[in-house]
Design a protein around this ligand. Structure first.
Ligand SMILES: CC(C)(COP(=O)(O)OP(=O)(O)OC[C@H]1O[C@@H](n2cnc3c(N)ncnc32)[C@H](O)[C@@H]1OP(=O)(O)O)[C@@H](O)C(=O)NCCC(=O)NCCS
Length: 141
């Protein structure tokens, strides 16, 4: 059984922070970032039983939702956990009456978001901070 919900304790926030760093930043040599919380940032965790297996965040930018930091632990991939996290973030965006969600997808994640009906906008670009190739993808809600 997969449960997707917001972190409820400092320990869960710490796990979210570790997972983000480990799966998204560490392998690129990018330093660990402090988690910035706020009403416009909705972070979710995916639990398989008691174990945290994935995370993702929606950042509200006016009428747009920016999906960021979607990551699933290596051993739990290809089981639709990532898809379910993104769909839940879309639901959150819809409830907030946002018109569209977008993601700056890493090159290898383009197929993943395409299958979730995100459309590419423009060409690949080098991410200013991270330095790898990304592509903007959008989905009207
Ligand atoms: C990208 C990531 C979050 C996907 O998580 P996941 O739980 O494995 O995702 P899913 O099981 O939902 O989908 C995985 C696979 O199914 C495919 N898929 C998703 N929905 C599908 C559908 N409806 N029909 C067919 N295939 C589908 C995806 O394209 C992907 O295929 P691939 O692995 O052969 O390329 C995960 O690989 C990850 O954490 N990667 C590292 C972090 C990262 O790069 N995050 C994205 C930053 S932009």
């Amino acid at each position: 059984m997969l449960e997707i919900r917001k972190p409820r304790s400092g320990a869960e926030w710490e796990e979210l922070s570790e997972m983000r760093y480990d799966l998204l930043h560490k392998y690129l040599g990018f330093p660990k970032q402090r988690i910035v919380k706020g009403p416009s940032k909705i972070s979710l965790l995916a639990f398989s039983g008691k174990k945290i297996v994935g995370t993702g965040t929606l950042i509200v930018e006016g009428k747009l939702g920016h999906i960021r930091y979607v990551a699933v632990e290596r051993k739990s991939r290809h089981r639709k956990i990532g898809s379910r996290l993104v769909k839940r973030l879309e639901q959150v965006a819809k409830k907030k009456k946002l018109k569209m969600v977008y993601v700056n997808a890493r090159k290898h994640a383009k197929k993943f978001f395409k299958e979730l009906d995100f459309e590419t906008k423009g060409d690949y670009f080098k991410h200013k901070k991270i330095g790898t190739l990304h592509i903007r993808m959008e989905k009207i809600l």
